[in-house]
Design a protein around this ligand. Structure first.
Ligand SMILES: Nc1ncnc2c1ncn2[C@@H]1O[C@H](COP(=O)(O)OP(=O)(O)OP(=O)(O)O)[C@@H](O)[C@H]1O
Ligand SMILES: [Mg+2]
Length: 362
């Protein structure tokens, strides 16, 4: 913002210190003056009472002559003292501000790793500096996360392109190649690239919160999702059980359906090789509504589970050849949940598998 130049805070504080000191000085001198007057008789009073004026009495006019220059000297000294003292004191008080301003300037120039770390006991300036340091730490972590995400996304997008190029190169140089097979593989690679791009688009759309909110019922959405995924479950020999109350909430039907589909699909795909089970449940709490999806499966450690919502994070050891996911399913679930002001909880089940809970405002 462009502002007209003004007095510095240090100068303003100095002037107010000196001003108050002068005011106190004037009041004190006035008090002394009034005190003196009570003991010094007036010349007119003396004449009227017939007291001879050549006596030993000091009279008011001569007192004023003595008092006035001394009072002026005292005031001049107080002014000087107030200005110098005020300048030094204000400088010391405002020193932390300079450090905070320096850190702000560095952050503006892109250096987010710098911290103010103001030493000393707690006061207003320390609180401001600490709040600023916390903000810088958050900002730095957020920027690092975005950079990691962009790097991962570019890497994931490059892979199908590189595979297609390799396939095309082989097709061009090898005359007796089975073109049918190449086309099939190109088709698979292409589908994967489209899936990935769509997942990325969905992620950014949910992140921007630019969707219309409507009244929806989570239990209906859960039913819709499980119905759509029944063929997949049958193919994998997984049984799905859906139960729950009517769970009214407000949000985007399309996004909440996507969330449920991602969760149920994960529960089917990352399940036991045979005789797996999935349970989808919806329930109402006093202020919230809850969707729970749990499934049987391999035993997972809490550490591993806590990383699964990171974009492109896949439980590496367990990727099956027929489901090479892109690793964005749970990241999308997390983003959609947060966009609906809800919370997402992942907990490993002691018997194996996982329980995922999405809690949304009711
Ligand atoms: N219900 C679940 N049970 C066990 N493991 C799970 C479950 N859901 C997710 N996981 C683990 O978390 C990882 C990340 O899941 P996520 O949905 O983000 O990616 P994905 O399923 O691999 O790929 P996609 O983006 O196609 O969904 C999975 O690779 C899997 O290892
Ligand atoms: Mg998934």
């Amino acid at each position: 913002m462009d502002r007209a130049p003004g007095l510095s805070v240090r100068l303003k504080l100095t002037l107010s210190y000196a001003g108050f000191l002068m005011l106190a000085g004037v009041l004190l001198l006035a008090a002394v003056w009034v005190f003196l007057l009570r003991y010094v008789p007036d010349r007119a009073l003396l004449i009227r009472s017939g007291t001879p004026l050549n006596g030993v009495f000091p009279i008011r006019s001569s007192l004023l002559r003595v008092f006035a220059p001394r009072a002026a000297a005292v005031l001049a000294f107080l002014l000087l003292f107030g200005l110098v003292g005020g300048w030094i004191l204000a400088g010391r008080m405002l020193a932390p501000l300079t450090r905070i301003a320096d850190a702000t300037r560095m952050a503006t120039n892109g250096s987010l790793s710098h911290r103010i770390r103001l030493p000393g006991r707690k006061d207003e300036f320390r609180e401001l500096a600490d709040a600023f340091d916390t903000m810088l730490a958050r900002l730095e972590a957020h920027v690092a996360e975005q950079q990691r995400f962009a790097a991962n996304a570019s890497h994931e997008l490059r892979t199908p392109l590189a595979v297609s190029k390799a396939l095309l190169d082989v097709a061009r140089t090898d005359p007796n190649l089975d073109t049918g097979e190449v086309i099939d593989r190109l088709h698979a690679v292409n589908t994967r690239a489209i899936d990935l791009t769509e997942a990325l688009l969905l992620l950014s759309r949910a992140d921007q919160r630019s969707f219309t909110r409507e009244h929806v019922d989570l239990s209906l959405i859960a039913e819709e999702a499980t119905e759509a995924l029944l063929p997949l479950a049958e193919k994998r020999g997984v049984t799905i059980e859906t139960c729950g109350d009517i769970t009214p909430t407000i949000g985007s039907h399309a996004l909440l359906l996507q969330l449920t589909v991602n969760l149920v699909q994960n529960a089917i795909v990352h399940n036991l090789p045979e005789q797996g089970a999935v349970r989808v449940n919806t329930s109402v709490r006093p202020k919230t509504v809850v969707l729970t999806v749990e499934n049987t499966g391999e035993k997972l450690t809490p550490q591993l589970v806590s990383t699964l919502t990171e974009p492109f994070q896949r439980g590496t050891a367990r990727i099956r050849t027929d489901h090479a996911g892109v690793g964005l399913g749970l990241a999308i679930v997390k983003t959609i949940t947060h966009a609906h002001d809800g919370t997402l909880t992942l907990a490993p089940r002691s018997a194996g598998g996982i329980r995922i809970t999405v809690e949304l405002p009711g």
